[in-house]
Design a protein around this ligand. Sequence first.
Ligand SMILES: C[S@@+](CC[C@H](N)C(=O)[O-])C[C@H]1O[C@@H](n2cnc3c(N)ncnc32)[C@H](O)[C@@H]1O
Length: 221
Amino acid sequence: MKNKILRLVKYLFFKLPLYRYFLPVMKFDMSISQLNFILNTLDEVKNDGAVVEIGVGGGATSMVINKFMKNMPVKRRFYAIDTFFGFTKEDILYEQNNRGKVDNYLYYRSNSKEWYTKTLIAHGINDATVFKCDAKEFDYSVIGKLAFCLFDVDLFKPTEAVLPRLYELLVPGGVIIVDDCQSESSIYDGAGEAYRLFCSKMGLIEEIAFEKLGVIRKPLF
Ligand SMILES: C[S@@+](CC[C@H](N)C(=O)[O-])C[C@H]1O[C@@H](n2cnc3c(N)ncnc32)[C@H](O)[C@@H]1O
């Protein structure tokens, strides 16, 4: 009887034009292949250290990373850093005045630290440490050793300023993945320029996975 009622309710529901807004959806900035690459790369890091995501948005990728970490033998702390109000004025001005971008960059302003935290908790993730701040201003020494970082703030200025600080904390064998490193020009090509600049300064070979993930690996020895 219960099943019959449920089927009837679902039958009526799928007749409504609004049904597509209530389906279980996967809304990610990353493709499945990119997510898979991120998780496999994280899995390959064997040394102790924390996992950090800088630029977390609403938490879609954070949720996947944390769920994955729950099944890993090595237990790691997870830190999330975001303004939760999109790009900073300074970073936008740099794109406009120094990189010839004409966009106003008023995106990602509909998030909040509270909503992000609640999203993680709704998925059973209660132990994340969340910071609301400009990534350029953050004191990264509070993290201690860094095993893995997904760095996803899109623009040149914060990526350029923070990459050297992350690399300093990175354990041997640790990995930083910088999103938006595709070669095509776009309003978000600043992260890629900063990634290439960092690799060139440090003498590291550029490694671009799935056309947009810029990988930085710290040698084991
Ligand atoms: C592309 S979204 C992140 C998406 C997220 N990594 C995911 O995969 O779901 C970029 C995020 O970077 C944040 N952001 C941009 N500039 C920042 C800065 N200087 N400091 C901290 N967060 C910043 C924005 O608020 C936005 O939430």
